[in-house]
Write a protein that binds this ligand. Structure first.
Ligand code: B16
Ligand code: MG
Length: 211
C-alpha cells in the first residue's frame, strides 16, 4: 500500500476508552429504563456524543424528552466518562502502539489523530501521547461526525497531505466509511474487520508496518 501519512482513530485503536463510554452510557440508559447492552454500544463506535444519545433513545418508551433534558443527559454522561478518563495513565497505551508510532516516524511517515471525540486532547495528555503526533483533528473541530469524511480531511489538511497519500486506521464501520469517502486508504482493526469494508484488515497496530 502506498501512503505517506497515517491517520489514527483514537478510541478502539490507540486506546480502549470504549469500555468507559459503555459504562457511562449504561448508567444514563438505566435512569431512563433502557436496557443498554454491549451490542448496542457497538453501534456507537465513532459516532458523536449527541448522535449516540439518539441511538440509545430508540429503545426509550417514557415521556418525550425536550432539548434541555437531552443536554443534561449528555453533560452527565460526559462527566461520568471523564471520571474514568481521569484514571488513565501512560500504561493504557500498549508497547505495540508506541513502538509502531516510533518506527513509522523513523520511516518519515507523518502521523495524525482523527477522532470524533471532544475529549481527545485530555485522553492524549493522560496517556502521554500528545507529542507522538504531527497533528490532531478531533470532535471539537468538526460539524459532521463519521461516516462524514470531515475529521479525516481536517487531519490531512493539518499535516499538509493529499487524501490519497493518507492511510486511516479504524475500529468503527462509520470510520472506515469516512476514510473511503475522504478518498483515503483504510485499514480495519477490531470490530470493523467483521464488515470487510476496508482495503486491509489488521490484527494489531504493528501490522501497519507490513502494509
Ligand atoms: P466524546 P473515536 C468516538 O471516538 C467514540 O468511538 C464514540 O463512541 C464517541 O461517542 C465519540 O468518540 C465522541 O466522544 O463524547 O468524548 O466527544 O473512535 O472517533 O476516537
Ligand atoms: Mg474508534
Amino acid at each position: 500500500m502506498d501512503f505517506k501519512a497515517v491517520i489514527f482513530d483514537l478510541d478502539g485503536v490507540l486506546v480502549f476508552t470504549d469500555k468507559y463510554h459503555y459504562l457511562a452510557w449504561k448508567e444514563i440508559a438505566g435512569e431512563l429504563g433502557i436496557d443498554f447492552t454491549e451490542k448496542d454500544n457497538d453501534r456507537l463506535r465513532g459516532v458523536s456524543r449527541a448522535e449516540s444519545l439518539e441511538i440509545i433513545l430508540e429503545k426509550y418508551e417514557g415521556e418525550p424528552l425536550d432539548d434541555a433534558k437531552k443536554a443534561d443527559l449528555l453533560e452527565r454522561k460526559n462527566n461520568i466518562y471523564r471520571e474514568y478518563l481521569g484514571e488513565m495513565s501512560p500504561s493504557d497505551v500498549t508497547g505495540d502502539v508506541r513502538d509502531t508510532l516510533k518506527k513509522l516516524k523513523e520511516n518519515g511517515i507523518k502521523l495524525a489523530v482523527g477522532s470524533s471525540s471532544k475529549n481527545t486532547a485530555f485522553i492524549l495528555e493522560k496517556t502521554d501521547l500528545t507529542d507522538a503526533f504531527d497533528a490532531v483533528a478531533d470532535g471539537t473541530m468538526i460539524v459532521r461526525s463519521k461516516p462524514d469524511p470531515e475529521v479525516f480531511l481536517k487531519a490531512a489538511e493539518l499535516i499538509d497531505m493529499s487524501p490519497s497519500d493518507c492511510l486511516v486506521i479504524e475500529d468503527a464501520d462509520a470510520g472506515v466509511e469516512a476514510a473511503i469517502a475522504a478518498g483515503m486508504h483504510s485499514a480495519a482493526i477490531g470490530a470493523a474487520r467483521n464488515s470487510h469494508k476496508a482495503e486491509a484488515e489488521i490484527e494489531s497496530v504493528a501490522d501497519i508496518l507490513n502494509l
